[in-house]
Design a protein. Sequence first.
Lengths: 467, 467, 467, 467
Amino acid sequence: MNFKQIEISEKLVPVNYLKLAVESQKSKEIKVKELFEKRSLPEEGWSDDLIEYTVQQLTNLDSNNFPHKAGLGEREARIACNLVARRHYSFGHGIGRSGDLLEAQPKAVGSSILSQLTNNMLLQLLRTMGIKSCQSSFLVPLATGMTLTLCFLSLKKQRPQAKYILWSRIDQKSCFKSITTAGFTPIIINPVRKEGREGLFTNLRQFTEQLDRLPNEKILCIMSTTSCFAPRNMDAIYELAELAKKYNVPHVVNNAYGLQSQYICSHIEGAAKHGRIDLFVQSTDKNLMVPVGGAIVAGFNEEIVHNVAKSYAGRASSSQTLDVFMTLLSLGRNGYLTLSRERKQTYEDLKAHLIDFADNNKCSLKHSKFNPISMALYLDNLSEEQPTKLGSMLYTRGISGTRVVAAGSNKTIDGYEFKNWGTHEDIEGPAYLTAAASLGLTSCEIEVFIKKLKECWKDLHAQMAKK
Amino acid sequence: MNFKQIEISEKLVPVNYLKLAVESQKSKEIKVKELFEKRSLPEEGWSDDLIEYTVQQLTNLDSNNFPHKAGLGEREARIACNLVARRHYSFGHGIGRSGDLLEAQPKAVGSSILSQLTNNMLLQLLRTMGIKSCQSSFLVPLATGMTLTLCFLSLKKQRPQAKYILWSRIDQKSCFKSITTAGFTPIIINPVRKEGREGLFTNLRQFTEQLDRLPNEKILCIMSTTSCFAPRNMDAIYELAELAKKYNVPHVVNNAYGLQSQYICSHIEGAAKHGRIDLFVQSTDKNLMVPVGGAIVAGFNEEIVHNVAKSYAGRASSSQTLDVFMTLLSLGRNGYLTLSRERKQTYEDLKAHLIDFADNNKCSLKHSKFNPISMALYLDNLSEEQPTKLGSMLYTRGISGTRVVAAGSNKTIDGYEFKNWGTHEDIEGPAYLTAAASLGLTSCEIEVFIKKLKECWKDLHAQMAKK
Amino acid sequence: MNFKQIEISEKLVPVNYLKLAVESQKSKEIKVKELFEKRSLPEEGWSDDLIEYTVQQLTNLDSNNFPHKAGLGEREARIACNLVARRHYSFGHGIGRSGDLLEAQPKAVGSSILSQLTNNMLLQLLRTMGIKSCQSSFLVPLATGMTLTLCFLSLKKQRPQAKYILWSRIDQKSCFKSITTAGFTPIIINPVRKEGREGLFTNLRQFTEQLDRLPNEKILCIMSTTSCFAPRNMDAIYELAELAKKYNVPHVVNNAYGLQSQYICSHIEGAAKHGRIDLFVQSTDKNLMVPVGGAIVAGFNEEIVHNVAKSYAGRASSSQTLDVFMTLLSLGRNGYLTLSRERKQTYEDLKAHLIDFADNNKCSLKHSKFNPISMALYLDNLSEEQPTKLGSMLYTRGISGTRVVAAGSNKTIDGYEFKNWGTHEDIEGPAYLTAAASLGLTSCEIEVFIKKLKECWKDLHAQMAKK
Amino acid sequence: MNFKQIEISEKLVPVNYLKLAVESQKSKEIKVKELFEKRSLPEEGWSDDLIEYTVQQLTNLDSNNFPHKAGLGEREARIACNLVARRHYSFGHGIGRSGDLLEAQPKAVGSSILSQLTNNMLLQLLRTMGIKSCQSSFLVPLATGMTLTLCFLSLKKQRPQAKYILWSRIDQKSCFKSITTAGFTPIIINPVRKEGREGLFTNLRQFTEQLDRLPNEKILCIMSTTSCFAPRNMDAIYELAELAKKYNVPHVVNNAYGLQSQYICSHIEGAAKHGRIDLFVQSTDKNLMVPVGGAIVAGFNEEIVHNVAKSYAGRASSSQTLDVFMTLLSLGRNGYLTLSRERKQTYEDLKAHLIDFADNNKCSLKHSKFNPISMALYLDNLSEEQPTKLGSMLYTRGISGTRVVAAGSNKTIDGYEFKNWGTHEDIEGPAYLTAAASLGLTSCEIEVFIKKLKECWKDLHAQMAKK
């Protein structure tokens, strides 16, 4: 409300009281003005009130919220249930138009601005985290896996003969399914161990072999992954990008939860500069702490990125956009950087605690600078079903997210068989337990985890002794 | 809260007062119990309070909302912004598991139940509206177009050689893009006019010719559309289903906003019984009055439907599920039937008003029983830019959703050229204005529309006179 | 937000889309501007969104919500619990200043405006309902009884010798306690029956006798009541006002739930014109359908009314003000008039139903034009405990608000004894059941009531038969 | 919801997933059960979700929220405006019954429990803060001043001849008005200075003289104050309590914002043990950080306290009760103790900063252990209008709550004249600025204050230099 344009009578409140109160609003007005005019992520986070105010002003600009309107179309963004209208701030029209997620809707000016502002802020966030050369990015209201599928389908339009995707194996189901759902044939390249170094590394030799072997036009792209469970390390994206450039094939990076790490981001930036990355995709839930359901498509060439947006058939939910919009305003640039720094610290804390645990319990912790998020506690001394039992005990006690991985479990997905599913490799090794320091993990949670781990360990050994 | 299991002291309230108050809760408890045990759409709508209560009980069952938990995984459904947590009732884990939208998540029991209940209620709604033989259905948090793409990609797994989709032309961009995005080649079959009958009909002859001509294994499916802008009528799905059966090719029905019409639904039921429909897809926003972003995939064979769910790579947003869950509880079976009946009545009212307008203004209204939602006002007497001008005048005055269509505008989408885009046919005809009676349209809106139409008409002629 | 003062880039949304959307906001802006500038009740009700927007703009003007502030006082309106802050829209400072409920607070400009606007709208509402000469009114966040106490204490400052209040008996406890709590001695004047007319009437003769008998300066005021349970009628306020004028004593009217009735309001207007009414008090919950806890003090002389406001020691809760503010904006003048008219109609319906019931069940309905809200069903044929039993049966079946009154129950309140408490008179009569048609009663509720009444009646007679 | 009483089909979710999720709810269930069964303040604060859940369960027990009900009374707690219903969680019936704020309402079981639980928790809080002998307490939805008025009116019923209140002067308007509004004559006893000690002390000699002089039955009570602006110290309540006991007159303590200080609370406890305190009153906003509008009446004799509750004429708003209920659950016992400890620390910080400022700017800070909240910065070197100017400069810069007090301003309230209003004494002294360390003050606010104070000081001297 612009109190300056309303003549508030002295009968309501003395003019000098009012003046001071109106003045005090100035800093908020400037924030809002800057957001719309500069279209960039604010330095400091906003208050919830100011965020809601801004959102409400935007929703008013959508035609379904106009005071006097009549809707004679097949889609008028009517909302039947009050609770639903309320939780969506009466946004109903979604984002994008039939043919293009990035196009403005005449009927939904507020939603269109919401979407553009969010995409602009995301781009700035990517750059802030270290991917300075990033040229374009947008939010797509799809899971990361489906978003990768969309990227592949979009690339296919430029490479209509393409059939294969060269994929550095990672045992995460939806990552693999993103290939088969898009109708491509995966060329699975198992990672390898290197002498004297922890973890699994990209098998560059085999990538080169395949690139040499397969007809270029039959290859859709190389697909690499940056964030993964230990002991798999992030792929050698620098070298893969060089190969992509050399062989002139597209390169798609699955950066699922890598945005939260400046280390990973700097690798993406470096790889793109010296080699070729066409598109990289990250999920919003893991990197921005919003509910599951969105991903960010980004790249170093505006047209390639925009082509993905043009592949989405139909307009899409604006719910994920709203979540990200609110979250980015709530955190601000500095808030996100602080979260990211804290995460790095919790990684160190978790590592220290687990090394200590390992030292005292005859097991060993494997960690590598090439995986700055996840680490693996090797349960060398446990046998048979004990590792699985440990995992289940932890879960029952409220520890979620750790996973016990043991070799020997094979799995067939969409006709492709994987040996030792979960371990990322065909060679059998000892069982281990992974733990990740992801965004938002608190030191209090680490303490609870270590405490419960010790309890479970004790109980497990007590049970062993009984037998 | 189970007040029966808590001993409430007389010091808080006299026992006889309390007893009566606790008894009064019984009817609510029964409703909730029935929902969970029968898993079916309630007859009568629920109060907002009871809906929110149920939702809150479910969200408590998701592990991110457990009181004492530690999350050591890469995805722990932390929510950074309070406003976001609040609007999602703290649901964060989405629905489905990596490989299957219909699978329960161990970490997210509440979300899993929410999703299953919603799908069960949707199935009952489809049956209530007349598709009694429907065997399976589920909500997918994607636009209708993208959902069709997903259906095609899913069918492809059974028909790996398939390349073509036989498509009865409808000039709606995302419907067409659903084919090209999935990587298929559309065989475009223009609808035809029939002597003595209003509107455009499916060109069955040409469908038969193509089915004869193309190798069966190269055809992915027939794609028909039931809900569309006049003067195009719904496709002859009965006959197309017979062809699909005869030629043994899948048949996918785009029922975008047809669920709201019992007439259309009864055609789907009939077609499936006598012929073949593999999958039919409808959008949630248009049929259930929720925000844009979801679709319902349904079919008459559980496995075919489930295969679509298995094609979605990654877990998906639960936001659309929550919207539909709340809306269905809020309306109940009877509430939805009432809305549907009212819609039918508004169609009649709109028709009567427009016939009256046409009679008085030398234009003509085209309507057909084969399009129970949309009608076309032919602007026979307007010339050149006047029709477009009329459309723009209406929009400026707050009338949304009507569209003025004039021949002569060609359009190329993904390499395919369409003559007279918007008219669904290559033959040129006079300009017309469409208006639809869709779910939720009020008689008050019709009055506003007719009033504004008259005003615009008058202004338009006044401007003509000046020249 | 003033989109006109922000330069929204074409990159966010095309300028012509934006223009139309911004234009559509005009009607809302005008509504808000008029509210602040004219300070009067809007003709038509506002949408919830617009109400919340206005409230949020006001709360921003309170110093506890200023972005950069430091509070070094003993009272800084900090709010510890988020839920509390949210439900009060962060209003914390209350209304008024130490010495005067109507004074603006420098620290709380928004609250001050909220309070003044509410009082202005209430004055207009009183006039709309027929009390056209009303000069001043304000909301006090106190129950009606306590507000009457405050009025008496305020009048006492002008009449320091006063000891007595002449009170036309009504058997409603807090009404009587308002006198004793204020420290005055009630002169209880029982109402009387009149030949040939229904109900209990004011005993004007005894009022005159007491006015003659007592020293004028010892009398604080006459206290009359307009809204009451049948068979008591509203007091003869016209004649009492004449007596008050003639004898030069103040006259306070307890108009507890009379504001909803134009009939009662017109009597207040007439009485004030021809006689003397100093203050009249009505509760907000019964007349405005807000939660219990507020009252409106009004009168025909600004100073007398203002003196009551000056008697309130300390600043007061703004919660009731906010409720009334929101409710008045939500209803608008026309909304309230509609509710009031509907109430009048439900009175007629209820009467017709009960006459019908009485005719069929050998009892009789007593109603009078001098009580336009409540009526009494005389249970002539029931004996002993049956009436009480009937009342309890009704309550158990979900009928609230009816009360069964039987003579013979005496009660002592603050040392004063009342014979036949509940009947308003010393003479014993038959038992009866009262029912009221108050604001918001629906015809559906009447039907439920009559149905349950018939059931209970039948059960009661079945039980009798058994004995 | 009691998931244990609902048979959740395996079709909704696997039974082992569900079991774990249901188990995880146990700790919440226990919390709720304990609250209702033990009726005491929880040790640890609750989550917002659990608080809202509990509140919603209670509101369901009020008859206006019963699913099938018909209301035929004059007061049925209907709520017209959705926004109002929502913010009150549909509570509408208020608390108490006509004659007694502490009585349960048959129609409003939830509200009754809410009220009783809140009063029980408040009693425990008073004891926790050090008033261990406190026997009874209740929340009254009135400002502190009006609550004192109610206490006086209640005492009057036991001392009908009483006319005078012996009042230790404190220049806070509503405190004084609480006496005159109740209709009593204040005997104003100015505090005195003591050699060698800071601040103003109770003039015990004069109290004794007045108690000797006035007829005992004419004295309603002694009224003392514990929390006040420096340089006035808290009254010598220990000695006043002894006098009250010796002379057999009631003693009412205005403990406005003293509950937050264990030091003040321990004095009340001590005074009550060795002498006589009938009632002590504290405001909820200042001590519990809720919006203005409530007070807590407490005492060491249940009957005396209950008599106050019986004096409130009519039922009262439950809004303040709800605020306090939510806040106490949100903080828990430990949360409140932490806040109280932090406050004590901010007092020390503020003192240190101001001493430092005083040392560097030729002024002096007066503080005393007898005022543990407020301190006074004596502006010895400023002359004429400078102190007032300083106050206004600070306020304009966002510092609220400090007040500049200068002698020489006389004021008449309800006919009583006060010399040097604001200074609490007749003798003129130098101007000073007060600052308080009240509950919730943050160290960040102290820094802002000191920074702004320095800025203003500099500007003020720069202006002086110019002249």
